[in-house]
Design a protein around this ligand. Structure first.
Ligand code: NAD
Length: 512
């Protein structure tokens, strides 16, 4: 369809939805209750067709922040139709212009940093210190990085005798992006930036627990010049809104980040389309006795407790060479006790609340198992005593446990909270066997001053990523992803290009 045809069709869709949007805005302006979010379809704020919502709570304070549309298949179908309509003209927009929109979006995220940081902190319970240093800056970086990366790429040319092969990239079409609650804008933009840069249109289904920054992004993208319909958001619950998106025949690729059990359902629903699954982790931190102890305690604690342990990359299984085990455990617990737990909106807070009461209850079941298994609690093990409005928040103390066997659920299962186990090892072989002895294979860290040992160990770890003497250092050009039950597919740099576009080769006879 040419640009005029596209505009005409889009205008028709817009006309149909205008009345629904107007009614939504009027109702929203008149109500004194918590604000209602809308879906973002073809540039419009549209209420869910069934008209139902779920409450979204601030997990630290308990108050309702907003109501989230409980969308269903018809909403998804409308969003996919809008994306399908808008995509060809966006794909035909020159790369430099698409990348200019990405760069402008990065600037707008930075302009709105304080607002977005607060929003992310309230939605997730994470400290503003973290949202302001990691989540929101990284969201801006995702856009800037992919703008630069895509513009600097060279397409391949192969000269075969008498023929010229040119391989270039074409967009996949409409892509479905499903994201979790732990790093909402960070992970969404990690997918949105390359998808848009490569000329796709997007339908995003953010986590129902953390919907607001995905909504805010719609405004920023529109302000940056993204045409209506190229970025659409359908809010709602996974089985009701996520699954129809995954299964939709016009959605040609799905990038999913979330839990392993959900990933299996997504894989089953996707059918024959491109799929990237970034799933759970149970990452090991391998600490050797020749490490730099001060740096290692700090680094391992950071890997364990950042975001209250709710990052897929968190190192929740700490394996320590036996000779260092008692001292390391004591120092790690001391460090954890020194972390300031409290109001996520206080800039001095290190640890905020977990994402919800029900998630804390799940994490607490593991503390009960630890008790049943006679684990030794070196610090934490329960709820902190916080005053006033925070008293009923979903807070949990950072907890360090020892005395658990390799087959304990606390060692084998992803807890996704501030609870870590420490296990001793006697040799490199034992350390590697323990590290690899789980169903997950996302990431690992190795802590030693011996570079040869670090290399040797890193090469034997069954994970997609290994950090040596560091953690969560992210060069956006390198592949990100896991093995085993941590998923498949890689994103980042050229791997994102592979996922969000198809290679097309044109072979032309060269006439002398
Ligand atoms: P989740 O699997 O419960 O939900 C993730 C998303 O999937 C949400 O948007 C949810 O609404 C949606 N969803 C749920 N059921 C669905 C279905 N049947 N079909 C389609 N979509 C569905 O995960 P979560 O609790 O939001 O996030 C925590 C999990 O995410 C942890 O396991 C964590 O390790 C993982 N995670 C992985 C990475 C990674 O890069 N590997 C990064 C962050 C988080």
């Amino acid at each position: 369809m040419d640009a005029h045809g596209y505009d005409r069709e889009l205008r028709e869709v817009a006309k149909r939805d205008r009345a629904r949007e107007a009614a939504f805005l009027q109702k929203h302006a008149g109500s004194g209750g918590p604000p209602q979010l809308a879906n973002r379809i073809a540039g419009r704020r549209l209420p869910p067709l069934e008209g139902t919502y779920v409450d979204k709570h601030d997990p630290a304070r308990g108050k309702v922040l907003c109501q989230v549309p409980r969308s269903g298949r018809p909403d998804v179908e409308a969003a996919v139709a809008a994306a399908k309509l808008a995509q060809p003209a966006w794909a035909a927009t020159p790369l430099a212009k698409r990348c200019a929109v990405l760069r402008r979006t990065a600037e707008l995220i930075e302009r709105d940093m304080d607002r977005l940081v607060r929003m992310e902190s309230e939605d997730t319970g994470k400290p503003v210190k973290l949202a302001g240093s990691l989540d929101i800056p990284r969201a801006a970086r995702n856009f800037r990085f992919f703008a630069d990366f895509l513009e600097s790429r060279k397409e391949a040319v192969h000269l075969t005798e008498g023929f010229r092969n040119e391989t270039h990239r074409v967009p996949v079409g409409v892509v479905g992006l499903i994201t979790p609650w732990n790093l909402p804008l960070y992970l969404l933009t990690w997918k949105v930036a390359p998808a848009l840069g490569l000329g796709n249109a997007v339908v995003a289904k953010p986590s129902e627990l953390t919907p607001r920054t995905a909504d805010a992004l719609a405004d920023l993208l529109a302000e940056a010049g993204l045409p209506d319909g190229v970025y659409n958001v359908v809010h709602g619950l996974g089985p009701e809104a996520g699954e129809p998106l995954v299964a939709h025949p016009d959605v040609r690729a799905v990038s999913f980040t979330g839990g392993t059990a959900t990933g299996a359902k997504v894989a089953a629903a996707a059918g024959p389309k491109k799929l990237s699954l970034e799933l759970g982790g149970k990452n090991a931190s391998l600490v050797f006795s020749d490490c730099d102890l001060d740096e290692t305690v700090k680094g391992v604690a950071r890997a364990a407790f950042t975001n209250q342990g709710q990052i897929c990359l968190c190192g929740s299984r700490i394996l320590v060479e036996r000779s260092l085990f008692p001292e390391f455990t004591r120092r790690l617990a001391e460090h954890a006790k020194g972390l300031r737990i409290g109001d996520p909106l206080d800039p001095a807070t290190d640890l905020g609340s977990l994402v919800s009461q029900s998630h804390r209850a799940k994490v607490e079941t593991y503390l009960e198992v630890a008790q049943d298994e006679d684990a030794t609690v070196h610090c934490g093990g329960g709820r902190p005593d916080l005053p006033g409005v925070l008293a009923d928040g979903a807070f949990l103390q950072p907890t360090v446990l020892t005395g658990l066997d390799q087959d304990s659920p606390l060692v084998q299962e992803e807890i996704f909270g501030p609870v870590v186990t420490v296990q001793p090892f006697a040799s490199e072989d034992e350390a590697i066997a323990l590290a690899n002895g789980v169903r997950y294979g996302l990431a690992a860290t190795v802590w030693t001053k011996d570079a040869n040992k670090a290399q040797r160990v890193a090469e034997r770890l069954d994970t997609g990523m290994v950090w040596v003497n560091c953690w969560l250092v992210r060069d956006l050009a390198v592949p990100f992803g896991g093995v085993k039950d941590s998923g498949f597919g890689r994103e980042g740099g050229e791997w994102s290009v592979d996922f969000y576009s198809e290679a097309r080769n044109i072979c032309t006879k060269v006439t002398p």
